[in-house]
Design a protein around this ligand. Sequence first.
Ligand code: 4YB
Length: 452
Amino acid sequence: MHDFPWRRLAQMRPDAVAILTPAETLSWRALAQRLDALCAGFQQQGVQADMLVALRGKNSLSLLLAWLALMQAGAAVLPLNPQLPPATLQPLLSTLRPDFMLNLADALAESPAQLALRSAALPPRRRWRPDAIATLTLTSGSSGLPKAAAHDYRALFASAAGVNQLMNFSADERWLLSLPLCHVSGQGIVWRWLLAGGGLAIPDAKTPLAQALAGCGFASLVPTQLWRLLQLPQPPVGLKAVLLGGAAIPPELVARAEAAGIRCWCGYGLTESAATVCAKRADGQPGVGLPLAGREVRIVDEEIWIRGATLACGYWREGRPQPLTDAQGWFHTRDRGRWHRGELQVLGRVDNLFFSGGEAVQPESIESLLLQHPAVNQAFVLPQQDEEWGARPVALLALEAGWQLTNVADWAQSRLASFQRPARWLPLPEHLNEGGIKLSRQRLAQWLRAQS
Ligand code: 4YB
């Protein structure tokens, strides 16, 4: 690739549909023109190559255009979830020190120098450098401040190539932007779209997912989104392929989706690896398949290590990327895993493991069991301090209407070892979601402490 992908596509397929929103459709030619004008607008406001620009907002056409135009101006973009609480946002901004911020969400009390989203008629500068840093993406670390993983274009396209190849995503297909652009799962959709030159559908914030999916063959979903779709009387038509990831993928969920005619791919990925590392076409087995092209996986002392072309060049600290791998290039994920029946199986986070009466409890293995109950849509297991046992598991569940927690507790009794049996069963406080793709265990633990 020798130029920004939207410029190459504007040459190759000028009239093909690049972007669809409920309000407008943009061809690749129109997209490249809009980006030239916005890029010039940013340059006029002082954006220069290798600057860092924070971009805060919910998914929208404006957010996507701003992001691409900032990259065309040579900046590295730090997408920010507008729901990040000030107690996290402010220290992040003071450590990462972006040169500018473009805020498309509510006003902030303190912020870096503000940019406006406006066009200019100047000739835009466009120098494509595959090894330039394109994005800083915040990790969803379990403690402390999130880290910012820095990816160059080469890594982002290497990631996209593996998924497009596996799922056969091509220029004739359309992928729904079904996950937030501030998360690696939403960004992954954009790089696959730019690599294949297909169509990207950007829904309105208020459009229900099932409606947004109309006319889209491809979507990336976290398991909870797919559960909700399957509860509808009519599952979406025309959906050819769903890439699942972000959390354990219950085989029961996949079986139900496949029975409803939705073809699923099960993936495992991280922020540091620019989304998907391993993935497979669903086959009834609980694993996540094998590494895609350009990635390698090793299991060392039950921990998943990954290496390859899609890894971030580092965590951004003091104005530059600091290495995140060991001397041989391996990133130690802190996920526990094993090879099982020839594929990778993810067992849970090392950091989530706790001890109850001397027995090791991996909360995710209890969650997987609970998710086998037909009424359980979401399950979290957390430790609660206990004088006698040290800690005991507590289950937080989202249930389908008409079911009680005691139904699941009775069912689970004989299926769990005594040290795995939850001491308490509580409804999942879903309101704690901060707009990310998953509930934070840290926030759930805070909430749980406040309940006792
Ligand atoms: C898992 C897991 C799994 C992640 N089993 N734990 O494009 C995609 O790959 C995609 C498609 C749909 C939905 C999500 C995605 C993602 O990118 C997800 C990437 C992600 O979640 N990144 S993260 O940094 O926020 O969290 C990574 C952690 O998530 C991992 O370290 C695992 O602990 C967990 N995880 N996939 C079990 N299949």
